[in-house]
Design a protein around this ligand. Structure first.
Ligand SMILES: Nc1ncnc2c1ncn2[C@@H]1O[C@H](COP(=O)(O)OP(=O)(O)OP(=O)(O)O)[C@@H](O)[C@H]1O
Ligand SMILES: [Mg+2]
Length: 242
């Protein structure tokens, strides 16, 4: 349902232990994100973007406060329940790709569908469609070590999108892509957002990504310092590749 609240964070704090003291990576983050948003966490390196995405994606727990994702307080989920939430509802594009090195491109993208028990013929169709989205149908049999950084990034994008999840968490998805590929994947994501209502949360400082956002959440030193809706007019203008 559009406008349904997908994510709430309340007084979210994340502290990491380093050398006998604690480093505060997130400091009292309070956010509400609704279904159908195309939102970005924007801020300098070290501002807490990945840390926040990891908590929203139930990959890490907050030190204080709560993150409620699709009605579930992530802190209360055990390992299996968190894995189930990720498998059924989330697509995660990792900053570091996290591809399985012994698997081919096809097998890497197929993996989330295997976890969901999708039949072989449907898996094949979905994998090929996702690889078409990112322009990698000619690399189905390659392994990650045989790909460029940008190609690995595109495999990671295809893997996150293949099951058409309700929510996509995209951590610097264009960091290794050239301008043409960046615009291609961003347009594909925007199309899924419009046609299927897929919610996207980006972490990025790439101006190309920022140009597509409808809401920009600025983070500095683990704090939300800006939360701005971007007008559709700006958005349409920014859709044209530079
Ligand atoms: N496991 C950890 N242990 C200690 N400190 C950490 C850990 N993970 C992150 N940090 C620190 O928390 C801060 C926020 O890190 P985070 O990865 O969220 O930043 P970011 O905004 O994603 O940066 P970038 O744009 O470089 O990806 C950084 O200062 C980082 O050093
Ligand atoms: Mg990061």
């Amino acid at each position: 349902m559009k406008n349904e609240i997908l994510i709430t964070t309340a007084h979210l704090v994340k502290k990491f232990p380093i050398g006998g003291h604690f480093f505060t990576a997130l400091n009292d983050v309070n956010l509400t994100i609704r279904a159908g948003e195309f939102t970005g966490l924007v801020g300098p390196s070290g501002s807490g973007k990945t840390t926040l995405l990891n908590i929203i994606g139930a990959l890490d727990n907050p030190t204080e406060g709560v993150a409620v994702v699709m009605g579930q307080d992530t802190k209360t989920l055990n390992h299996k329940q968190a894995a189930r939430l990720r498998s059924e509802c989330l697509g995660f594009i990792f900053q570091t790709y996290n591809l399985l090195p012994v698997y081919t491109v096809f097998e890497n993208v197929e993996f989330p569908l295997l976890l969901l028990g999708i039949a072989s013929s449907d898996r094949k169709k979905s994998v090929m469609k996702a690889l078409e989205w990112v322009g990698l149908t000619d690399k189905v049999s390659s392994r990650p070590s045989q790909l460029s950084g940008g190609e690995c990034q595109r495999v990671s994008i295809a893997r996150a999108m293949v099951k058409r999840p309700k929510l996509v968490l995209a951590d610097e998805p264009t960091a290794n892509l050239d301008a043409a590929n960046s615009h291609n994947v961003l347009k594909m994501m925007l199309q899924l957002n419009r046609e299927m209502g897929t919610t996207f949360i980006f972490a990025s400082h790439d101006e190309k990504v920022i140009g597509y956002l409808r809401r920009k959440i600025g983070l500095t030193d683990g704090k939300v310092v800006e939360d701005k809706i971007i007008s559709t007019q700006n958005h349409e203008e920014s859709e044209t590749p530079c």
